[in-house]
Write a protein that binds this ligand. Sequence first.
Ligand SMILES: Nc1ncnc2c1ncn2[C@@H]1O[C@H](COP(=O)(O)OP(=O)(O)O)[C@@H](O)[C@H]1O
Ligand SMILES: O=C(O)[C@@H](O)C(=O)COP(=O)(O)O
Length: 423
Amino acid sequence: MSRLGVIADDVTGACDVAGGVAAAGVRTSVYLGVPGADATDDAADECLVVALKTRTVPAEQAVAESAEAARWLRAHGATRLYQKYCSTFDSTDRGNIGPVADALAPVDGISVGTPATPAAGRTQYLGHLFVGDRLLSESSMRDHPLTPMRDSDLVAVLSRQTSSRVELVPLPTVRSGATELAAELDRRAGAGARHLLVDAIADSDLDALAAALDRVQTPLVLGGGAGIALALARRTGHGSGVAAEAVPPGGPRLILSGSASLRTREQVAAFDGPVVAVDPLAIDREGTAPVLAAVRAALSASGDTPVLVSATVGPERVRDAQQRLGAERAAGLLESALASAGLLGVAELGVRRLIVAGGETSGAAVAALGLRRLAVGRLAAPGVPWTTGAAAAVGGSPTVALLLKSGNFGEPDLFTRAWESAP
Ligand SMILES: Nc1ncnc2c1ncn2[C@@H]1O[C@H](COP(=O)(O)OP(=O)(O)O)[C@@H](O)[C@H]1O
Ligand SMILES: O=C(O)[C@@H](O)C(=O)COP(=O)(O)O
Protein backbone atom coordinates (compact mmCIF):
# COMPACT_ATOMS: atom_id res chain seq x y z
CA MET A 1 0.00 0.00 0.00
CA SER A 2 1.37 3.43 -0.82
CA ARG A 3 1.31 5.83 2.08
CA LEU A 4 1.56 9.58 2.44
CA GLY A 5 3.82 10.65 5.33
CA VAL A 6 3.27 14.20 6.58
CA ILE A 7 5.67 16.11 8.84
CA ALA A 8 3.77 19.10 10.22
CA ASP A 9 5.52 22.01 11.95
CA ASP A 10 2.65 22.49 14.38
CA VAL A 11 -0.25 20.49 15.71
CA THR A 12 -3.08 22.62 14.30
CA GLY A 13 -1.43 22.33 10.87
CA ALA A 14 -1.29 18.56 11.36
CA CYS A 15 -5.02 18.51 12.18
CA ASP A 16 -5.74 20.75 9.19
CA VAL A 17 -4.16 18.25 6.78
CA ALA A 18 -5.49 15.20 8.60
CA GLY A 19 -9.05 16.53 8.74
CA GLY A 20 -9.05 17.37 5.04
CA VAL A 21 -7.62 14.11 3.77
CA ALA A 22 -9.81 12.08 6.16
CA ALA A 23 -12.90 13.93 4.91
CA ALA A 24 -11.91 12.91 1.36
CA GLY A 25 -11.85 9.28 2.50
CA VAL A 26 -8.15 8.73 3.14
CA ARG A 27 -7.64 6.94 6.47
CA THR A 28 -5.37 9.03 8.67
CA SER A 29 -3.90 9.27 12.19
CA VAL A 30 -2.02 12.14 13.82
CA TYR A 31 1.02 11.28 15.97
CA LEU A 32 2.06 13.95 18.47
CA GLY A 33 5.85 14.16 18.34
CA VAL A 34 8.01 11.53 16.67
CA PRO A 35 6.69 8.15 17.85
CA GLY A 36 9.13 5.85 19.62
CA ALA A 37 10.87 3.12 17.62
CA ASP A 38 8.48 0.55 19.11
CA ALA A 39 5.29 2.54 18.25
CA THR A 40 2.96 0.64 15.98
CA ASP A 41 0.75 2.15 13.32
CA ASP A 42 -2.74 1.27 12.21
CA ALA A 43 -2.29 -0.94 9.15
CA ALA A 44 -5.41 0.56 7.55
CA ASP A 45 -4.05 4.12 7.58
CA GLU A 46 -3.08 5.51 4.17
CA CYS A 47 -1.76 8.75 5.60
CA LEU A 48 0.36 9.18 8.73
CA VAL A 49 0.81 12.69 10.09
CA VAL A 50 3.54 13.51 12.61
CA ALA A 51 2.78 16.76 14.44
CA LEU A 52 5.88 18.57 15.68
CA LYS A 53 6.21 21.95 17.41
CA THR A 54 9.07 23.23 15.28
CA ARG A 55 7.77 26.40 13.67
CA THR A 56 9.62 28.75 15.99
CA VAL A 57 12.33 26.60 17.61
CA PRO A 58 16.00 27.01 16.57
CA ALA A 59 16.53 25.77 12.99
CA GLU A 60 18.93 22.97 14.00
CA GLN A 61 16.29 21.53 16.31
CA ALA A 62 13.58 21.78 13.65
CA VAL A 63 15.85 20.00 11.16
CA ALA A 64 16.80 17.23 13.59
CA GLU A 65 13.19 16.53 14.64
CA SER A 66 11.88 16.70 11.05
CA ALA A 67 14.58 14.29 9.85
CA GLU A 68 13.74 11.90 12.68
CA ALA A 69 10.04 12.09 11.77
CA ALA A 70 10.93 11.39 8.13
CA ARG A 71 12.91 8.29 9.16
CA TRP A 72 9.99 7.00 11.23
CA LEU A 73 7.52 7.63 8.43
CA ARG A 74 9.71 5.88 5.84
CA ALA A 75 10.20 2.94 8.21
CA HIS A 76 6.39 2.77 8.44
CA GLY A 77 5.84 2.57 4.71
CA ALA A 78 5.50 6.21 3.66
CA THR A 79 6.40 6.36 -0.02
CA ARG A 80 5.76 10.08 -0.40
CA LEU A 81 6.86 12.67 2.18
CA TYR A 82 5.14 16.01 2.71
CA GLN A 83 6.51 18.95 4.68
CA LYS A 84 3.41 20.69 6.03
CA TYR A 85 4.01 24.33 6.84
CA CYS A 86 1.55 27.15 7.34
CA SER A 87 -0.65 28.38 4.51
CA THR A 88 0.50 31.86 5.52
CA PHE A 89 4.17 30.70 5.28
CA ASP A 90 4.74 31.47 8.99
CA SER A 91 8.52 31.59 9.44
CA THR A 92 11.37 34.00 10.05
CA ASP A 93 14.58 34.70 8.14
CA ARG A 94 16.27 32.10 10.36
CA GLY A 95 13.82 29.43 9.21
CA ASN A 96 12.34 26.99 9.60
CA ILE A 97 10.72 26.23 6.25
CA GLY A 98 13.98 26.54 4.27
CA PRO A 99 16.31 24.56 6.55
CA VAL A 100 13.77 21.76 6.94
CA ALA A 101 13.15 21.63 3.16
CA ASP A 102 16.93 21.46 2.64
CA ALA A 103 17.09 18.50 4.99
CA LEU A 104 14.03 16.63 3.68
CA ALA A 105 14.65 17.06 -0.07
CA PRO A 106 16.43 13.95 -1.38
CA VAL A 107 20.19 14.58 -1.89
CA ASP A 108 19.78 14.16 -5.65
CA GLY A 109 16.37 15.81 -5.71
CA ILE A 110 14.17 18.81 -5.05
CA SER A 111 11.35 20.16 -2.92
CA VAL A 112 8.17 21.11 -4.75
CA GLY A 113 5.44 23.00 -3.01
CA THR A 114 3.13 25.90 -2.40
CA PRO A 115 1.25 27.26 0.61
CA ALA A 116 -1.74 27.80 -1.69
CA THR A 117 -4.91 26.39 -0.18
CA PRO A 118 -7.74 28.03 -2.11
CA ALA A 119 -10.43 26.58 0.18
CA ALA A 120 -8.88 28.63 3.01
CA GLY A 121 -8.44 31.72 0.82
CA ARG A 122 -4.66 31.26 0.34
CA THR A 123 -3.49 31.67 -3.25
CA GLN A 124 -0.05 32.09 -4.81
CA TYR A 125 0.40 34.14 -7.98
CA LEU A 126 3.74 35.20 -9.49
CA GLY A 127 5.27 33.85 -6.33
CA HIS A 128 3.28 36.25 -4.15
CA LEU A 129 1.03 34.90 -1.41
CA PHE A 130 -2.47 36.28 -0.97
CA VAL A 131 -4.67 35.86 2.12
CA GLY A 132 -8.21 36.39 0.86
CA ASP A 133 -8.09 39.57 -1.19
CA ARG A 134 -4.89 40.96 0.39
CA LEU A 135 -1.23 40.35 -0.05
CA LEU A 136 0.24 38.40 2.88
CA SER A 137 2.24 41.45 3.96
CA GLU A 138 -0.94 43.55 4.12
CA SER A 139 -2.96 40.91 5.96
CA SER A 140 -3.24 40.61 9.74
CA MET A 141 -0.31 38.14 9.58
CA ARG A 142 2.02 41.15 9.44
CA ASP A 143 1.42 41.44 13.21
CA HIS A 144 1.73 37.76 14.21
CA PRO A 145 3.36 37.63 17.69
CA LEU A 146 6.09 35.11 16.74
CA THR A 147 6.30 35.05 12.94
CA PRO A 148 5.26 38.45 11.55
CA MET A 149 5.02 38.13 7.75
CA ARG A 150 5.95 41.41 6.06
CA ASP A 151 7.12 40.19 2.64
CA SER A 152 4.66 38.51 0.25
CA ASP A 153 7.30 37.46 -2.31
CA LEU A 154 7.83 33.85 -1.29
CA VAL A 155 10.86 33.26 -3.53
CA ALA A 156 12.53 36.13 -1.66
CA VAL A 157 11.31 34.91 1.74
CA LEU A 158 12.49 31.34 1.18
CA SER A 159 15.79 32.47 -0.39
CA ARG A 160 16.64 34.23 2.87
CA GLN A 161 16.19 30.91 4.72
CA THR A 162 18.39 28.70 2.52
CA SER A 163 21.55 28.96 0.45
CA SER A 164 20.04 26.55 -2.12
CA ARG A 165 18.45 27.91 -5.29
CA VAL A 166 14.73 28.74 -5.03
CA GLU A 167 12.68 29.19 -8.21
CA LEU A 168 9.11 30.01 -9.13
CA VAL A 169 6.96 27.75 -11.32
CA PRO A 170 4.48 30.27 -12.74
CA LEU A 171 0.79 29.71 -13.37
CA PRO A 172 0.96 29.27 -17.18
CA THR A 173 3.38 26.35 -16.66
CA VAL A 174 1.04 24.81 -14.06
CA ARG A 175 -1.78 25.08 -16.59
CA SER A 176 0.22 23.64 -19.49
CA GLY A 177 -0.84 20.04 -18.76
CA ALA A 178 0.55 17.25 -16.57
CA THR A 179 3.22 16.09 -19.05
CA GLU A 180 4.54 19.60 -19.69
CA LEU A 181 4.48 20.51 -16.01
CA ALA A 182 6.32 17.33 -15.00
CA ALA A 183 8.94 17.90 -17.72
CA GLU A 184 9.43 21.49 -16.52
CA LEU A 185 9.96 20.36 -12.91
CA ASP A 186 12.60 17.87 -14.14
CA ARG A 187 14.21 20.51 -16.36
CA ARG A 188 14.48 23.00 -13.44
CA ALA A 189 15.95 20.29 -11.21
CA GLY A 190 18.48 19.40 -13.93
CA ALA A 191 19.47 23.06 -14.21
CA GLY A 192 20.28 23.29 -10.49
CA ALA A 193 17.09 24.49 -8.79
CA ARG A 194 16.59 22.92 -5.37
CA HIS A 195 13.26 24.35 -4.16
CA LEU A 196 10.36 25.01 -6.54
CA LEU A 197 7.45 27.19 -5.41
CA VAL A 198 4.43 26.53 -7.58
CA ASP A 199 1.76 29.14 -8.35
CA ALA A 200 -1.83 28.00 -7.68
CA ILE A 201 -4.95 30.14 -7.45
CA ALA A 202 -7.63 27.44 -7.72
CA ASP A 203 -8.04 23.83 -6.63
CA SER A 204 -7.73 22.83 -10.29
CA ASP A 205 -4.13 24.15 -10.25
CA LEU A 206 -3.31 21.92 -7.28
CA ASP A 207 -5.08 19.01 -9.02
CA ALA A 208 -2.84 19.66 -12.06
CA LEU A 209 0.26 19.57 -9.84
CA ALA A 210 -0.93 16.36 -8.14
CA ALA A 211 -1.51 14.77 -11.55
CA ALA A 212 1.96 15.78 -12.77
CA LEU A 213 3.79 14.35 -9.75
CA ASP A 214 3.55 10.72 -10.91
CA ARG A 215 5.41 11.67 -14.10
CA VAL A 216 8.26 13.58 -12.46
CA GLN A 217 11.54 11.62 -12.67
CA THR A 218 13.48 13.66 -10.11
CA PRO A 219 13.18 12.40 -6.50
CA LEU A 220 11.24 14.97 -4.51
CA VAL A 221 9.67 15.94 -1.23
CA LEU A 222 6.39 17.86 -1.28
CA GLY A 223 5.86 20.93 0.85
CA GLY A 224 3.09 23.34 1.56
CA GLY A 225 -0.15 24.22 3.25
CA ALA A 226 -2.89 21.61 3.29
CA GLY A 227 -3.79 22.40 -0.34
CA ILE A 228 -1.59 19.87 -2.17
CA ALA A 229 -2.42 17.12 0.33
CA LEU A 230 -6.11 17.74 -0.30
CA ALA A 231 -5.47 17.50 -4.06
CA LEU A 232 -3.66 14.17 -3.56
CA ALA A 233 -6.57 12.96 -1.43
CA ARG A 234 -9.06 13.95 -4.13
CA ARG A 235 -7.20 11.60 -6.46
CA THR A 236 -7.06 8.62 -4.10
CA GLY A 237 -9.86 9.11 -1.53
CA HIS A 238 -12.76 6.70 -1.37
CA GLY A 239 -15.78 7.55 0.74
CA SER A 240 -15.82 8.94 4.24
CA GLY A 241 -12.97 8.89 6.73
CA VAL A 242 -12.64 7.18 10.10
CA ALA A 243 -14.73 8.42 12.99
CA ALA A 244 -13.14 9.72 16.16
CA GLU A 245 -13.70 7.52 19.22
CA ALA A 246 -16.72 7.96 21.45
CA VAL A 247 -16.29 10.18 24.50
CA PRO A 248 -18.76 9.78 27.41
CA PRO A 249 -21.44 12.48 27.16
CA GLY A 250 -21.67 15.49 29.47
CA GLY A 251 -19.09 17.04 31.76
CA PRO A 252 -17.70 20.55 31.80
CA ARG A 253 -16.15 21.98 28.63
CA LEU A 254 -13.13 24.19 28.25
CA ILE A 255 -11.83 26.55 25.56
CA LEU A 256 -8.15 27.58 25.71
CA SER A 257 -7.29 30.52 23.48
CA GLY A 258 -3.66 31.57 23.09
CA SER A 259 -3.86 32.84 19.53
CA ALA A 260 -3.69 36.56 18.85
CA SER A 261 -4.90 36.14 15.26
CA LEU A 262 -7.67 38.38 13.94
CA ARG A 263 -10.13 35.51 13.47
CA THR A 264 -9.55 34.24 17.00
CA ARG A 265 -10.10 37.75 18.36
CA GLU A 266 -13.48 37.73 16.59
CA GLN A 267 -14.28 34.30 18.06
CA VAL A 268 -13.38 35.44 21.57
CA ALA A 269 -15.48 38.60 21.14
CA ALA A 270 -18.46 36.53 19.96
CA PHE A 271 -18.32 34.12 22.93
CA ASP A 272 -20.84 35.06 25.62
CA GLY A 273 -20.04 32.50 28.36
CA PRO A 274 -17.68 32.83 31.35
CA VAL A 275 -14.16 34.03 30.55
CA VAL A 276 -10.93 33.76 32.56
CA ALA A 277 -8.46 36.29 31.14
CA VAL A 278 -4.78 35.32 31.15
CA ASP A 279 -2.18 38.08 31.02
CA PRO A 280 1.55 37.33 30.69
CA LEU A 281 2.52 40.32 32.86
CA ALA A 282 0.30 39.07 35.70
CA ILE A 283 1.70 35.54 35.39
CA ASP A 284 5.21 36.98 35.48
CA ARG A 285 4.36 38.78 38.75
CA GLU A 286 2.17 36.20 40.48
CA GLY A 287 2.76 32.82 38.83
CA THR A 288 -0.04 30.62 37.46
CA ALA A 289 -1.81 29.89 40.78
CA PRO A 290 -4.35 32.77 40.47
CA VAL A 291 -5.23 31.69 36.90
CA LEU A 292 -5.73 28.09 37.95
CA ALA A 293 -7.86 29.14 40.93
CA ALA A 294 -10.04 31.24 38.59
CA VAL A 295 -10.37 28.34 36.14
CA ARG A 296 -11.36 25.99 38.98
CA ALA A 297 -14.01 28.45 40.24
CA ALA A 298 -15.38 29.14 36.75
CA LEU A 299 -15.61 25.47 35.78
CA SER A 300 -17.24 24.53 39.08
CA ALA A 301 -19.90 27.21 38.56
CA SER A 302 -20.40 26.82 34.82
CA GLY A 303 -22.66 23.78 34.63
CA ASP A 304 -23.30 23.10 30.96
CA THR A 305 -21.75 26.33 29.67
CA PRO A 306 -18.21 26.11 28.30
CA VAL A 307 -15.55 28.23 30.04
CA LEU A 308 -13.12 30.26 27.93
CA VAL A 309 -9.58 30.79 29.24
CA SER A 310 -8.16 33.48 27.01
CA ALA A 311 -4.87 35.25 26.43
CA THR A 312 -6.19 36.66 23.17
CA VAL A 313 -5.56 40.40 22.76
CA GLY A 314 -4.82 42.81 19.90
CA PRO A 315 -1.39 43.61 18.43
CA GLU A 316 -0.74 46.62 20.69
CA ARG A 317 -1.10 44.64 23.91
CA VAL A 318 0.97 41.79 22.44
CA ARG A 319 3.74 44.28 21.57
CA ASP A 320 3.59 45.80 25.03
CA ALA A 321 3.94 42.37 26.72
CA GLN A 322 6.76 41.42 24.37
CA GLN A 323 8.64 44.66 25.04
CA ARG A 324 8.40 44.13 28.78
CA LEU A 325 9.08 40.38 28.92
CA GLY A 326 10.67 39.43 25.60
CA ALA A 327 8.58 37.63 22.94
CA GLU A 328 9.81 34.17 23.85
CA ARG A 329 9.22 34.57 27.57
CA ALA A 330 5.75 36.07 27.08
CA ALA A 331 4.79 33.17 24.80
CA GLY A 332 6.31 30.61 27.15
CA LEU A 333 4.43 31.96 30.20
CA LEU A 334 1.11 31.98 28.33
CA GLU A 335 1.55 28.58 26.75
CA SER A 336 2.40 26.96 30.05
CA ALA A 337 -0.47 28.69 31.90
CA LEU A 338 -3.03 27.65 29.27
CA ALA A 339 -1.66 24.10 29.12
CA SER A 340 -1.82 23.86 32.94
CA ALA A 341 -5.43 25.06 32.84
CA GLY A 342 -6.22 22.26 30.36
CA LEU A 343 -4.51 19.66 32.53
CA LEU A 344 -6.33 20.89 35.65
CA GLY A 345 -9.65 20.68 33.83
CA VAL A 346 -9.10 17.12 32.59
CA ALA A 347 -7.26 15.72 35.64
CA GLU A 348 -9.40 17.19 38.41
CA LEU A 349 -12.59 18.71 37.09
CA GLY A 350 -13.98 16.15 34.67
CA VAL A 351 -13.41 18.05 31.40
CA ARG A 352 -13.52 15.66 28.44
CA ARG A 353 -14.10 18.11 25.57
CA LEU A 354 -11.75 20.97 24.78
CA ILE A 355 -11.27 23.55 22.07
CA VAL A 356 -7.76 25.02 21.79
CA ALA A 357 -7.10 28.06 19.58
CA GLY A 358 -3.57 28.55 18.25
CA GLY A 359 -0.89 26.22 16.97
CA GLU A 360 1.78 26.87 19.59
CA THR A 361 -0.88 26.87 22.28
CA SER A 362 -2.29 23.55 21.05
CA GLY A 363 1.21 22.05 21.01
CA ALA A 364 1.69 23.02 24.65
CA ALA A 365 -1.77 21.71 25.61
CA VAL A 366 -1.41 18.25 24.00
CA ALA A 367 2.06 17.85 25.54
CA ALA A 368 0.73 18.66 29.03
CA LEU A 369 -2.08 16.12 28.63
CA GLY A 370 0.37 13.43 27.49
CA LEU A 371 -1.47 12.79 24.21
CA ARG A 372 0.53 10.68 21.74
CA ARG A 373 -1.90 9.92 18.96
CA LEU A 374 -5.15 11.44 17.73
CA ALA A 375 -7.96 9.75 15.84
CA VAL A 376 -9.46 12.15 13.32
CA GLY A 377 -13.19 12.77 13.28
CA ARG A 378 -15.69 15.20 11.77
CA LEU A 379 -14.81 18.68 10.59
CA ALA A 380 -16.28 21.47 12.73
CA ALA A 381 -15.03 23.94 10.08
CA PRO A 382 -12.74 23.69 7.04
CA GLY A 383 -9.29 22.71 8.34
CA VAL A 384 -10.60 22.06 11.86
CA PRO A 385 -11.53 18.44 12.67
CA TRP A 386 -12.62 17.05 16.01
CA THR A 387 -10.06 14.55 17.24
CA THR A 388 -9.84 12.13 20.13
CA GLY A 389 -6.93 10.70 22.08
CA ALA A 390 -5.88 9.21 25.41
CA ALA A 391 -4.61 11.76 27.96
CA ALA A 392 -1.73 9.65 29.33
CA ALA A 393 -0.63 12.36 31.79
CA VAL A 394 -3.91 11.83 33.69
CA GLY A 395 -4.65 8.76 35.85
CA GLY A 396 -6.64 6.18 33.86
CA SER A 397 -5.64 7.86 30.55
CA PRO A 398 -9.18 9.11 29.82
CA THR A 399 -10.21 9.66 26.20
CA VAL A 400 -10.67 13.34 25.49
CA ALA A 401 -12.12 15.10 22.46
CA LEU A 402 -10.09 18.01 21.16
CA LEU A 403 -10.68 20.65 18.53
CA LEU A 404 -7.22 22.07 17.84
CA LYS A 405 -7.82 25.17 15.77
CA SER A 406 -5.44 27.30 13.75
CA GLY A 407 -5.64 30.90 14.91
CA ASN A 408 -6.96 31.91 11.50
CA PHE A 409 -9.61 29.23 10.99
CA GLY A 410 -13.31 28.80 11.78
CA GLU A 411 -16.30 31.14 11.63
CA PRO A 412 -16.63 33.85 14.33
CA ASP A 413 -19.23 31.73 16.22
CA LEU A 414 -16.97 28.63 16.35
CA PHE A 415 -16.61 28.62 20.15
CA THR A 416 -20.39 28.28 20.45
CA ARG A 417 -21.27 26.16 17.41
CA ALA A 418 -18.35 23.69 17.22
CA TRP A 419 -19.72 21.66 20.14
CA GLU A 420 -22.64 20.54 17.95
CA SER A 421 -20.30 18.29 15.95
CA ALA A 422 -18.22 17.11 18.94
CA PRO A 423 -17.83 13.34 19.50
N1 LIG B 1 -1.04 38.80 25.06
C1 LIG B 1 0.01 38.21 24.50
N2 LIG B 1 1.25 38.65 24.71
C2 LIG B 1 2.32 38.02 24.18
N3 LIG B 1 2.25 36.90 23.44
C3 LIG B 1 1.03 36.41 23.20
C4 LIG B 1 -0.14 37.05 23.68
N4 LIG B 1 -1.21 36.33 23.28
C5 LIG B 1 -0.72 35.30 22.58
N5 LIG B 1 0.61 35.33 22.53
C6 LIG B 1 1.48 34.32 21.95
O1 LIG B 1 1.30 34.31 20.58
C7 LIG B 1 1.51 33.00 20.09
C8 LIG B 1 0.36 32.69 19.17
O2 LIG B 1 0.72 31.58 18.47
P1 LIG B 1 -0.27 30.38 18.22
O3 LIG B 1 -0.76 29.78 19.50
O4 LIG B 1 0.45 29.48 17.27
O5 LIG B 1 -1.51 31.09 17.50
P2 LIG B 1 -1.79 31.20 15.95
O6 LIG B 1 -2.45 29.90 15.58
O7 LIG B 1 -2.70 32.36 15.83
O8 LIG B 1 -0.48 31.35 15.24
C9 LIG B 1 1.57 32.06 21.28
O9 LIG B 1 2.88 31.65 21.51
C10 LIG B 1 1.05 32.93 22.40
O10 LIG B 1 1.58 32.57 23.64
O1 LIG C 1 -1.87 25.99 6.98
C1 LIG C 1 -2.48 26.59 7.86
O2 LIG C 1 -2.89 27.75 7.76
C2 LIG C 1 -2.72 25.86 9.17
O3 LIG C 1 -2.78 24.50 8.96
C3 LIG C 1 -1.61 26.06 10.13
O4 LIG C 1 -0.47 25.78 9.86
C4 LIG C 1 -2.00 26.47 11.46
O5 LIG C 1 -1.02 27.25 12.15
P1 LIG C 1 -1.51 28.28 13.25
O6 LIG C 1 -2.29 29.37 12.56
O7 LIG C 1 -0.29 28.81 13.92
O8 LIG C 1 -2.39 27.53 14.22
